[in-house]
Design a protein around this ligand. Structure first.
Ligand SMILES: [Zn+2]
Length: 371
């Protein structure tokens, strides 16, 4: 057993947890058996057996024992010598939080850490997911249609039958854009609440309410009658879960940066060259900043993602920024420093919070005005 063996085990486990969730979505009456999950689990157990003679019986035991715990804790019984010899603490999987939380009994829902970890791994894994399919449908659109659909998706996690018809009509002269738009949504099948944190749906599970991100439920919002969504007497649609996660969370950042610049009357463009950058800011002295908004809770995931993408895209900009939501750094003060370690070759690029970016924009604007 070596570190590569464990690396593979964690990819399979993460992929398997998500596969189990998909199985459950398609048939909630059957236990979701995922071969991928069992393969990963068996690899990890074999490694544990080698490292500390640990023995575990079955999947339910394994889930209860590990899946809701941070990855570092999975190795708590391991010999310190083995951990050091394999240099485990430097492995890409080691710094992640729990891959899933318990929904009820033997049913676990993958959390953002699991998705983020997987996204930094082999990109084949994302093949066929809703977010990837939408991305492929969007990237062939022209700039105008691209911006129109993307903005609509970000601003409307839930839409009515009437909203859907109206937007479809608006896009009727562009079948590819209409197709992308309609693909992004699915009909809501059960009564639920509108999540007061992100605007998506909160549905009731045995252990309370679930949204697309455990972050929403961690804040335990108070759900009022006004937030109720009754689907028995009207048709409503919501973004598919993966699309909500990948488009909407960073999208909110993008729109906020743009509205901040607009208020200051600083020239800015949303999604210039479609997917290359998220926001381009042009100051009165002609200086250009390019922004890439990222909504990864885990800084190691973001850093790995940046490394896989070979850093910030090249271009004619003075400064480049990876921007993350300010609240993501509140319990991880070294968040941006961790990410910046991937940017040592790009001196004009750094990772900042939205709050810091706003401060820097204001400072730059002031210096332009003084000249
Ligand atoms: Zn939410």
């Amino acid at each position: 057993m070596d570190a590569a063996f464990l690396r593979k085990a964690f990819v399979l486990i993460a992929k398997g947890v998500i596969e189990k969730e998909q199985l459950l979505q398609s048939d909630s009456t059957r236990y979701p058996y995922s071969k991928t999950f069992q393969h990963g689990m068996n690899m990890f157990l074999a490694a544990s057996y080698q490292a500390c003679n640990a023995q575990y019986s079955d999947e339910s035991h394994f889930l209860a024992q590990f899946i809701t715990k941070p990855i570092a804790d999975w190795f708590s019984g391991w010999d310190q010598d083995v951990i050091e010899k394999l240099n485990l603490t430097e492995e890409p999987f080691y710094g992640y939080g729990a891959f899933a939380y318990q929904r009820n009994g033997n049913v676990y829902t993958p959390g953002s850490e699991c998705y983020e970890f997987l996204e930094t791994q082999d990109s084949d894994i994302m093949e066929g997911t809703d977010e990837r399919v939408l991305y492929e449908k969007m990237i062939v659109l022209n700039q105008e249609a691209y911006c129109k659909v993307r903005r609509f998706i970000i601003e409307h996690p839930i839409i009515s039958f009437e909203d859907r018809r109206k937007m479809s009509l608006e896009l009727s002269d562009n079948p590819a854009a209409k197709d992308a738009f309609r693909f992004a949504y699915e009909e809501i099948k059960e009564d639920c609440y509108r999540c007061p944190y992100c605007g998506w749906t909160m549905t009731k599970g045995k252990y309370g309410y679930n949204c697309h991100s455990s972050h929403c439920t961690d804040t335990t919002p108070i759900l009022t009658d006004e937030m109720r969504l009754n689907v028995s007497d009207r048709v409503l649609y919501r973004l598919k879960k993966g699309i909500m996660r990948y488009f909407s969370a960073p999208g909110k950042l993008e729109l906020e940066i743009v509205s901040f610049c607009e208020k200051k009357k600083i020239q800015c463009v949303l999604w210039p060259q479609m997917d290359k950058y998220d926001v381009e800011i042009r100051f009165p002295n002609g200086e250009i900043w390019e922004i890439d908004a990222k909504a990864y809770h885990n800084p190691i995931a973001l850093r790995t993602k940046i490394q896989n993408d070979n850093g910030f895209p090249e271009g004619e900009y003075t400064r480049g920024y990876f921007v993350v939501p300010s609240e993501y750094t509140s319990n991880q003060k070294n968040y941006t420093a961790i990410v910046d370690r991937a940017l040592t070759n790009q001196k004009n690029v750094k990772c900042v919070t939205l709050k810091t970016l706003k401060t820097e924009i204001t400072r730059k604007e002031r210096s332009c005005l003084e000249k």
